[in-house]
Each structure stands twice: as structure tokens, then as C-alpha cells.
Design a protein around this ligand. Structure first.
Ligand code: G6P
Ligand code: ZN
Length: 539
């Protein structure tokens, strides 16, 4: 064991989901090591503890896993459970942390950001409940990292991570496990695999785009092998360190191959995609895209059809910028609906306390209390289970849903890589104007209320302020604006647009939302501040 003298980096502040930087930043001498030591410091040390370790397999994953193993050993950890090859999807890691009753886990991923030496890398810590560390812990990591003077590491050769089983590293047990097995077993307890298999046997067709990222082996095992979908149902199924140059973000822009197929003449019945680390999902029917907010609402309304949820839902939770579609379902079911800030970590307390069963975000995340992360394949399997039970198409299910609850037309516009100071100035100006907005008329609509979202956690009472500016109109329409907390270059403005309709459900969302979009540009003067008038990505 050696103690290495080091100098603190001043930028090791975790964002929405862990510390995320350019891969080359992480490859600098001591950068990864400093942060890993800060993680151990923030959780009260590693001595005697058991951790799960794995990542999405992107460039530098293999090197980082070896470093972390040597540091865990040098810091006295008792055992580290590693996915084979150092690979685990984020939901599979969350599951292992829980199943094996460990003290938490380290997950290496920059999620949906591109991978490679010139792209992105990330690291985060999940707690013993399987969920991302809460803000108090991530702030402690930042404090530790800001004053660090040394870290502990073992001098040793690389551990063989390709052979399943146990070995010792300086007295610490290293247990290499199959990355897929435990996760697939969990899915079998939640969903009616027989019914889904029968649907495939009867000719149901599907495309799953793994985007050359971590879900390939999971989807192939579960969808093709266990559920009997035709070989080739899973495409881009081999994980690659640079995701084959793909941007592994399952949205209509980046999953354009899947979108083209689903909107084309030979579309299968159902399409889905997942992201770099397997926690996001996009769902598409033949000729019809399902927005994440609608997907959450449909899943909430139909979850009881799957065997893991026959008892019904304790409650539902969504992030503030997510549309209110699921709130209408909750009202109908007579269950609680929670509105949290952006970031899966805010669902943890509600799930642990048994107050929410299903959670979801507009950012293509859906999940339940089976793990403490969002879970891409889980959402796809729940959709498959619902399709098998209802024996209807995605389009029929969506239309029936809107007939019953009305439709929350919804879209998100992203303006990427804006100069950070310009983005900050724009948000500051909007914040300053908030008190004067109520009563003002914009684009023929009157503003009813405007604020900067603040959240008080109903379980532990913690307060998270300044989580996004929202402008509510008298007709129930809404604009939300916030800066992304997951980017690595400049600032990304996210503009969330929503309008509720009780009839006329087949409009193009961009057209239905046109006045709201114009109002947002007028109110925030996006063009004046940033020089941008058109978004880079529309979801
Ligand atoms: C990650 C988090 C999500 C969050 C999303 C968007 O995927 O796990 O909870 O909604 O990032 O965050 P951003 O700050 O970029 O809007
Ligand atoms: Zn992800």
C-alpha cells in the first residue's frame, strides 16, 4: 500500500448525476484517484465495506476499474463485486447493490453522452439503497476533493476481470459476477414472460436499438433468448468503447435509425432504444412516437397488468419539468403524485418510504421501486407486458389514454453549448423578472404565476431551491426553463413546453405548442442573450 501525495483539482463538483468530464480530464495523473479518495472520505471511509463496481464499458472504463479496485483495497474495503469485464448497466448495478446488501457502489458512466478518448467519462457513487448519493453526500465529496492532499493505492498487477469467481487483491476479495444474470432474474419476477413470449410466437415484431452501448447483452439475453423475439430484433447489440461513434441517447434525434424504421412502411409493431448505461428508454409504436411523459402516464395507468404491480401503486412521482399527464392518472387512481426537481436522486426517499412505486422524467427515464435508478429495459418490458395483456397496438393504447385523460401536448427544446456566461445572464434576467410576470399578457395568453421551483423533500424535510424557472398561464399551459446539469461543454438551455387539450388529440406537438414556444422566446429573449433562435435537439 502506498500513500501518494497529490494536489486538489478545483472542478470536482458532482452535477445532476455524478462527476462528468471529458475523458482526457479523467486521464490526467491523479484526477480519478483524487475523486475516488474523496468518495471514500465522504462516506466515512471504505474500511471493512463491500461495494459493487462496474461501468457502461466506454473508453477508459477498463483502466478506471483497475485503479478503483487498487484504491478500494488500499483503503481497507473487504469486498468488491465487479461485473464481468468491469461492465454493469446502471440499473443492474443498483440491483446488485440491493440484492447483495452492500454498502453501495461505484458506477462509471457518462450516461447518454458520447464515449471515447475525446468524448465523455463519468463516475458516481450509489448508496446502500442502490440509489444515487443524495446532495449532502455529493457536496461532501466536493469538499473532500477540494482539500485533498493524498490518496491510498495498492501497487499490484491488473485483476483478471474476465473470469467469473473470486480472487484476492491485497487481502480484499474481488468477486467477478455475470453482469446480466441477476438483473434478468429480477425482471422475470416482475413481468409475465409467458404472455410476452406467446405474443412473439403469435407474430408480434419488435426492434430494440442498443446503440452500441451497455444494454446489448441484456436485451439479447432477455428479449431474444428468454422472450423468444426473432434473432436480429436487437440491433447495435455489441457494446463498443466509443459506442461505434453513435450518440447513445435514446431520443428521436439521436436514435434516428430506429425512428426512420418505425415511421417507415415496414415498421415492426414496437420499437425501443436505451442509452449508454442502460437507464434511459425511448418507446415508439408503429408510426407513433411516445413522449416520455406520456409513457410514464400510460405505464402508471396500466402497471397493474404486470405481475410485479398487481397490488396497484402506492404513488407516482415525476420531475417538475415532466408533463402533468401522470398526475391525471394518479388523481383517477386516488394515489399521491409527487413533483420533484430534475435528477433521479430526488426519487430515492419517496421510493424508500414506500410513498411512490413508479417514477419518471421527461428526459427518457422511467423506473419503479424494484431498483433505485431509472431502468430502460424495465420500461420496455413493462410496455411489452401491457401490449400482451391488452392485445392492442401502441397507437390504440395511446389514443384510448388521451380519450380518457386528455392530452398534455409536450416538447423539450435544447440549445446546446451556449457560452456559460451568456446562459447564466439570460436565466438571471428571467429570474429577476419573475415577480412582475403574473397578470402580463404574452402572445395572447395571460400569465397566472411564475416562480423558481423549490422542493421540500416530504420524507427528510431537505430543501432544494432554484431548480428551474416556471411560467404558468391562465389556460393551464406552462413554460419551464433550466440549465442542464449533465453537460460537459458550455451550458445547455432546456426549454420545456406544455399545453393541455381536452379534445383534438392528433395534432403535431410543435404546431399545438407554437404560441407557447413564441411566448418563451419573447419572455426570455433567448435570441438576444444567446444568438440562438432554433433548438439543436427537439424531443
Ligand atoms: C440524468 C439524470 C436524470 C436527469 C437527466 C437530465 O439522466 O439521471 O435524472 O433528468 O440527467 O438532466 P439535465 O440536468 O441534463 O437536464
Ligand atoms: Zn443513462
Amino acid at each position: 500500500m502506498t500513500t501518494i501525495q497529490t494536489v486538489a483539482f478545483d472542478d470536482q463538483k458532482p452535477g445532476t448525476s455524478g462527476l462528468r468530464k471529458k475523458t482526457r480530464v479523467f486521464m490526467q495523473p491523479h484526477y480519478l484517484e483524487n475523486f475516488v479518495q474523496a468518495i471514500f472520505g465522504a462516506i466515512g471511509g471504505a474500511k471493512g465495506k463491500t461495494f459493487v463496481l462496474g461501468g457502461d464499458g466506454r473508453f477508459f472504463n477498463d483502466r478506471a476499474v483497475q485503479v478503483i479496485l487498487r484504491m478500494a483495497a488500499a483503503n481497507g474495503a473487504a469486498r468488491v463485486i465487479v461485473g464481468r469485464g468491469g461492465v454493469l448497466s446502471t440499473p443492474a448495478a443498483s440491483n446488485l447493490i440491493r440484492q447483495r446488501k452492500t454498502d453501495g457502489g461505484i458506477i462509471l458512466s457518462a450516461s447518454h453522452n458520447p464515449g471515447g478518448e475525446d468524448e465523455d467519462f463519468g463516475i458516481k457513487f450509489n448508496m446502500a439503497n442502490g440509489g444515487p448519493a443524495p446532495e449532502a453526500i455529493t457536496e461532501a465529496m466536493y469538499r473532500e476533493a477540494s482539500v485533498i492532499v493524498s490518496y491510498n493505492i495498492l501497487e499490484a498487477q491488473d485483476v483478471d476481470l474476465m473470469t467469473l469467481g473470486e480472487s484476492s487483491l491485497g487481502g480484499m476479495a474481488v468477486e467477478v459476477v455475470d453482469s446480466v444474470a441477476d438483473y434478468a432474474a429480477l425482471m422475470e419476477t416482475l413481468f409475465d414472460f409467458d404472455a410476452i413470449r406467446a405474443m412473439f410466437t403469435a407474430g408480434f415484431t419488435m426492434r430494440f436499438d442498443a446503440m452500441c452501448a451497455v444494454t446489448g447483452p441484456y436485451a439479447t439475453e432477455i428479449i431474444e433468448k428468454r422472450l423468444g423475439a426473432a434473432p436480429g430484433t436487437v440491433v447495435h447489440g455489441t457494446p463498443l468503447p466509443d459506442f461505434g461513434g453513435m450518440h447513445p441517447d435514446p431520443n428521436p434525434t439521436w436514435a434516428h435509425e430506429l425512428m426512420a424504421e418505425m415511421m417507415g412502411p415496414d415498421a415492426p409493431d414496437f420499437g425501443a432504444a436505451s442509452d449508454g448505461d442502460g437507464d434511459r428508454n425511448m418507446v415508439v409504436g408503429r408510426g407513433i412516437y411516445v413522449s416520455p411523459s406520456d409513457s410514464l402516464a400510460v405505464l402508471a395507468a396500466n402497471a397493474h397488468l404486470a405481475k410485479g404491480y398487481t397490488r396497484g401503486l402506492a404513488g407516482v412521482a415525476r420531475s417538475m419539468p415532466t408533463s402533468a399527464a401522470v398526475d391525471r392518472v394518479a388523481e383517477d387512481l386516488g394515489i399521491e403524485a409527487f413533483e420533484t426537481p430534475t435528477g433521479w436522486k430526488f426519487f430515492g426517499n419517496l421510493l424508500d418510504a414506500g410513498r411512490a412505486t413508479l417514477c419518471g422524467e421527461e428526459s427518457f427515464g422511467t423506473g419503479s421501486d424494484h431498483v433505485r435508478e431509472k431502468d430502460g429495459l424495465w420500461a420496455v418490458l413493462l410496455w411489452l407486458n401491457i401490449l400482451a395483456a391488452r392485445k392492442q397496438s401502441v397507437e390504440e393504447i395511446l389514443n384510448a389514454h388521451w380519450q380518457k385523460y386528455g392530452r398534455n401536448y409536450y416538447s423539450r427544446h435544447d440549445f446546446e453549448a451556449i457560452e456559460s456566461d451568456k446562459a447564466a445572464a439570460m436565466v438571471d434576467a428571467l429570474r429577476a423578472a419573475l415577480p412582475d410576470l403574473p397578470g402580463r399578457e404574452v402572445q395572447g395568453m395571460v400569465i397566472a404565476a411564475a416562480d423558481d421551483f423549490s422542493y421540500t423533500d416530504p420524507v427528510d424535510g431537505s430543501v432544494s431551491a432554484r431548480q428551474g424557472v416556471r411560467v404558468l398561464f391562465e389556460d393551464g399551459s406552462r413554460i419551464v426553463m433550466r440549465l442542464s446539469g449533465t453537460g460537459t461543454q458550455g451550458a445547455t438551455l432546456r426549454l420545456y413546453l406544455e399545453r393541455y387539450a381536452e379534445s383534438g388529440f392528433d395534432r403535431d406537438p410543435q404546431e399545438a405548442l407554437a404560441p407557447i414556444i413564441r411566448a418563451a422566446h419573447e419572455l426570455a429573449d433567448i435570441g438576444g442573450h444567446t444568438g440562438r433562435t432554433e433548438p439543436d435537439v427537439i424531443t
